[in-house]
Design a protein around this ligand. Structure first.
Ligand code: FES
Length: 85
């Protein structure tokens, strides 16, 4: 299930598999729960220790990172459940 706020992570260097389906029980990381959904994880290479904000509304234009789209949906009355367009 999607949420309408991003997940903040103090990330460390390495290859990261971020969930894009909203069903992982280990968000923001993929746990394989996407199987059968037609979606897959977003693989991203983190090169340095840094704070990142991972999208959890499913609407970002900069996957896997938050681009602020969830805030626009809040103002429009969308609940952020991933079923509003
Ligand atoms: S569990 Fe969501 S993309 Fe893998």
């Amino acid at each position: 299930m999607y949420n309408y706020k991003p997940t903040m992570v103090d990330e460390t260097p390495g290859s990261k598999h971020y969930c894009t389906c909203g069903n992982s029980n280990n968000k923001p990381y993929c746990d394989g729960s996407h199987k059968g959904s037609g979606k897959s994880s977003k693989v991203f290479e983190i090169t340095e220790i840094k704070k990142v904000f991972i999208c959890d509304c499913g609407k970002t234009g900069n996957s896997p990172f938050c681009d602020g789209t969830h805030a626009k949906k809040e103002k429009s009355g969308c609940c952020g459940g991933g079923h509003c367009s």
